[in-house]
Design a protein around this ligand. Sequence first.
Ligand SMILES: O=C(O)CC1=CCC(=O)O1
Length: 269
Amino acid sequence: MQFVQVNGVSLHHQIIGGPGNKPVIVFINSLGTDFRIWRDVIVRLAGSYPLLTYDKRGHGLSDVGQAPYSIEDHVDDLIGVLEHLKVRDAVICGLSVGGLIAQGLYARRPDLVKALILCDTAHKIGTADMWAARISAIEQTGLSGIVDGVMERWFTPSFRENDPAFPGYRNMMLRQPVEGYTGTCAAIRDADFTEATKRIAVPTLCVVGDQDGATPPELVLSLAKLVPGARYEVIQGAGHIPCVEQPEILTTLIEAFLAPIISGEPAHG
Ligand SMILES: O=C(O)CC1=CCC(=O)O1
């Protein structure tokens, strides 16, 4: 178990070593999940790249700290983890709110970022009213009152009906600290990277599940169009969390995106 104290909170993370001449790939999880969602991607990439996963504050085994949060709080934490581990020039792979944190990291500390993988995310996710309604529903009913609606956005009907892993991921959401969850809803509500994304100057892959009910393909395409030269890919047979539902396809896309960057060839959109 690896823990680091940054900005007054203890953050749970995991490093899996890899070749010293390759950049570290840093994975940032989504709202209501912990870093176990990356497991089936990590096992496929292990040995090829150094890999870092962590639980953002209010999630997993990390402390909750003082909620509500801003995206900048989450960015500060990530900077703290990267500085503690002396990681620079990393490939930052963020899912959903993790993608907002990735965009915020690039805006603040481009020196830490070699490339971006923006997975099922956007420059702006949802509306202020939508997030206010979700926070208020949770205050009345707890996470159990919203979990079924969230699962419909996270996973395809086939995964929900047939995959033995589904109940485990439902449990994962239900077991997140309520304050950490609503605190991060507030951070998403207030985040807008529409202007910042236009200034991204590192190779960027935008990828989305074809059945994503939270950040649908059209929204992720609009993100990809904002980022100069970004590559856009749609994963068939996945909802909002392709690292769980289609890890093989996502890993192949990540490897294909990174290969020319690592070998020094130009990456195209
Ligand atoms: O909970 C959802 O609807 C999906 C989601 C939105 C932002 C995030 O990180 O996950």
